[in-house]
Ligand binder design. Structure first.
Ligand code: MLT
Length: 271
């Protein structure tokens, strides 16, 4: 399905919407993927959670089937797209979950308009902005994509994403990941790297988050490790904190059953 934001056609999916016979409307869980993913990052959440919850996924501007802009990408524009999606769906208050870069978008959106959200789920993400060293690494990645193209970039990028034990047990996961990432064009991947490099630091604003919050992280996440997630959870009033055993940076993708159980339990407390 499609909505428009800033004149650009954006792709979304909407599953498990409450039937008109339902007495009490369930909440709407909107899932924001990370970099350089598509809405398919959440396929196992759509199948696992939509029996009980309305689950919305979308392709971030420039990713998957969503049109990109003019090459200027900021977290603020990605937050604009999220608000446009909520308006399109006529959702007043959403439960919002962001994984990694999706978490950066969620934090920017909550900072701007906290009244649009009922709860916040931060998955394998961080509140801090890039350090100078991290910005330099992004510049290297941009050079790499420009010079060698997406195939080589994906090979190099995939390396740190999954713990080796996960790939031993489930080698097909890497193939699923690669085919998802390869749906993205190199220019949108470059835009994503620039946007992450320029993102605001939300560490100081965590203490102002006034809605129920769940912080989830894979035990073996090396991109946004459990210590980072724990520090973030401690700074958010009354946040719940959960570690997903054995999972790496894409905890929802690697351990969907455990991930879904935790999310379901959290959302059930809000109904
Ligand atoms: C992501 O998974 O969205 C990115 O790896 C996050 C990042 O590089 O900061």
């Amino acid at each position: 399905m499609e909505f428009r934001s800033d004149g650009l056609i954006q792709y979304y999916t909407d599953s498990g919407a409450p039937k008109s016979s339902d007495k009490k409307p369930a909440g709407t869980l909107v899932l924001i993927h990370g970099f350089p993913h598509t809405h398919q990052l959440w396929d196992r959440q759509v199948s696992g959670l939509s029996a009980h919850h309305r689950v919305v996924t979308y392709d971030m501007r420039g990713s998957g089937k969503s049109e990109g802009g003019d090459g200027t990408l900021l977290m603020d524009f990605l937050a604009d797209d999220l608000f446009a999606l909520l308006d399109h769906l006529r959702v007043e208050k959403a439960d919002i979950a962001g994984l990694s870069m999706g978490g950066y978008v969620a934090l920017q959106a909550i900072h701007r308009s906290p009244e649009r959200f009922r709860s916040l789920l931060l998955c394998d993400t961080a509140s801090a902005a890039d350090t100078n060293t991290a910005k330099q690494k992004r510049a290297d990645q941009i050079r790499h994509v420009r010079k060698d193209g997406m195939l080589k970039f994906v090979d190099a990028y995939s390396d740190g994403v999954f713990p080796p034990e996960t790939l031993k047990k489930n080698p097909g996961l890497l193939q699923d990941f690669r085919s998802m990432v390869l749906q993205n064009r190199s220019d949108s991947v470059i835009d994503g790297l620039v946007a992450m490099s320029a993102r605001p630091d939300h560490t100081e604003t965590l203490s102002k988050i006034g809605i129920p919050c769940l912080v989830l992280v894979g035990e073996k996440d090396t991109v946004t490790p459990p210590e980072t997630a724990k520090t973030m959870a401690n700074a958010i009033p009354n946040a719940q904190f959960e570690i997903i055993p054995g999972a790496g940076h894409l905890s929802n993708f690697e351990a969907p059953e455990v991930f879904n159980q935790i999310v379901h339990r959290f959302l059930a407390t809000l109904e």
